[in-house]
Design a protein around this ligand. Structure first.
Ligand code: ADP
Length: 514
């Protein structure tokens, strides 16, 4: 089921989808698309995007998902680097392609994902209507056989440092990841589940849900372009959704909507939250107020993306103890190996205290970046360095304390910004919080707490200090608190700390103010 970009609801079966994917496969062949060609999509989560996934990869070409939230200059860089030959674009994203059309010479044409009646007036030279393309071809198609290591899809990382890099997934890695994702203690997919991926198909294949759900026969509910709280709620409530998945920022909107309207989604059993740390207050809201279990998950583009899921063990019966596990990023999904190493490359003890860089290895961890040397991603043993600083406890639960580039170093010791943020967000007057390190003459760096207040509230630094005092070490307490209207978010919904450091770079801490 899809809420289409044009508006109406669309429903069909997997059998119908397969028929149309075969028609599209014939159409791609007619467009002279060959094994290994990159076919880009610039699209929301819809049934047409789903068909493109299967038709393109099924003929041995590579589905290259583009993120519509990227700056046009980044889009141009990525399309040129990937040398995409066609772009499949959603109706309301056509202007984005028009804006860069002159700068992407490898693109032979653009397929607008709509029907004839809705085709827009466009300046694009070679614009084809998706429905005309599909309907113009027969549905008898023999899927070709090729090596399982053939590339099937491509997704570029956000490139917060340097140019974006393309993580290439193979048919083999995609299938193994889909098996792993379907497990009961991972995404719990199956025929009795109704799954709404809020997480976009344009970033890391919507965490693999379009593959895992199809493999197991779960009903898929695609939200199209409507990702606000009210639109997501409507689909959750009317489609009988049992599981949904997305980054923390989208859930803030849904929780606000539920609270403002006094509604909830009765059928919803599980919410998978990842991409950034899920604050305790969000876990409590879903579980205690709205009756849906939160599964906090961690991963990254280079990992297809699933790495860990945090579910307390049945033997953990104390509610506070269970919550302490849920705020962690969790235990490795079977197939993922993890190790945490210090600056000298030695593994740190699994005591929940010692931290270092997290490294991973496994069948769905990318073997290299597209058009890059493999050694750029891995050491000689095949371990991939995640760039996350983390700890591991004796029960095997991993906790990310920071992105390596965001760590705060004070007096030679590290302060976990994620942990302070997490606590700050449980203050009733706080909607969102971010902690950054600012230079300090004596301590090297000290933490600054940046707060987006809850509606109509104005928490002070004294309030926040009093609240945090018994939750973090004294020397972790932020030196100051500033209020702001919103936090800058990147194209994948993460808070842009580099931008915050720029924005608040001139801030002086009270004790150093003259
Ligand atoms: P990008 O494209 O920005 O690299 P990814 O989607 O690959 O984005 O994000 C990967 C990174 O996001 C991880 O390395 C980690 O820093 C962060 N991340 C993902 N999930 C979580 C989580 N549950 N808690 C904390 N950080 C997370």
């Amino acid at each position: 089921m899809t809420r289409t970009v044009e508006g109406p609801i669309h429903r069909y079966t997997y059998r119908d989808a397969h028929t149309r994917a075969r028609q599209l496969a014939n159409a791609l062949r007619a467009l002279n698309v060959k094994l290994g060609d990159r076919i880009a999509t610039l699209a929301w989560n819809t049934y047409r995007h789903f068909e493109v996934y299967y038709a393109v990869s099924g003929i041995g070409a590579i589905t290259h998902t583009l993120n519509p939230r990227l700056h046009p200059s980044q889009l141009t860089y990525i399309v040129n680097h990937a040398e995409d030959s066609w772009i499949f674009v959603d109706l309301n994203l056509v202007p984005l392609v028009e804006a860069v059309a002159d700068d992407i010479p490898s693109v032979r044409g653009v397929v607008v994902m709509t029907d004839k009646a809705n085709m827009p007036d466009t300046s694009l030279a070679n614009a084809i209507c998706y429905e005309e393309l599909v309907e113009g071809h027969a549905d008898d198609f023999e899927w070709p056989e090729f090596d399982e290591n053939t590339a099937s899809s491509l997704c570029y990382t956000s490139g917060t440092t340097g140019n974006p890099k393309g993580a290439l997934y193979s048919h083999r890695s995609t299938i193994i990841h889909a098996y792993g994702s379907a497990l009961p203690d991972v995404l719990h997919l199956g025929e009795n589940e109704v799954v709404l991926p809020v997480v976009p198909m344009f970033h890391v294949n919507a965490w693999g849900i379009p593959y895992g759900a199809t493999m197991t026969g779960a009903k898929l509910v695609f939200p199209g372009a409507g990702l606000d709280g009210a639109s997501v709620h409507e689909l959750l409530a009317t489609e009988g959704v049992t599981m949904t998945a997305g980054v923390p920022t989208v859930w803030l909107n849904l929780l606000n909507h539920w609270r403002e309207t006094g509604t909830r989604a009765q059928s919803l059993k599980r919410v998978i939250i990842g991409g950034s740390a899920c604050p305790e207050s969000m876990i409590r809201a879903f579980q205690d107020e709205f009756g849906a279990e939160v599964r906090h998950a961690w991963g990254m583009t280079e990992m297809s993306p699933l790495g860990t899921v945090s579910i307390p063990k049945p033997s953990m019966t104390d509610p506070d103890g269970r919550m302490r596990k849920q705020v962690k990023q969790g235990r490795a999904v079977f197939g993922v190996q993890m190790r945490i190493v210090d600056d000298d490359g030695r593994e740190v003890p699994h005591d929940g205290e010692a931290f270092g860089e997290l490294q991973v290895r496994g069948p769905w961890i990318t073997s290299g970046y597209f058009k890059h040397d493999q050694s750029e991603a891995h050491d000689h043993d095949g371990w991939f360095a995640t760039g996350d600083v983390s700890t591991m406890d004796a029960d095997g639960y991993m906790e990310v304390t920071d992105r390596a580039k965001d760590v705060i170093k004070s007096g030679g010791e590290w302060i976990s910004s994620i942990e302070i943020e997490n606590h700050a967000m449980s203050h009733p007057d706080v909607a969102q919080a971010a902690v950054i390190g600012l230079p300090h003459p004596k301590w090297d760096e000290r933490p600054l707490l940046i707060v987006v207040p809850a509606k109509g509230k104005t928490p002070t630094h004294a309030d926040m200090t009093a609240f945090l005092e018994d939750k973090v070490a004294k020397w972790w307490l932020p030196d100051d608190t500033v209020l702001t209207d919103e936090l800058p978010l990147g194209a994948t919904g993460k808070v842009l700390k580099a931008q915050l450091r720029e924005q608040f770079g001139d801030h002086t801490f009270p004790e150093t103010r003259s």
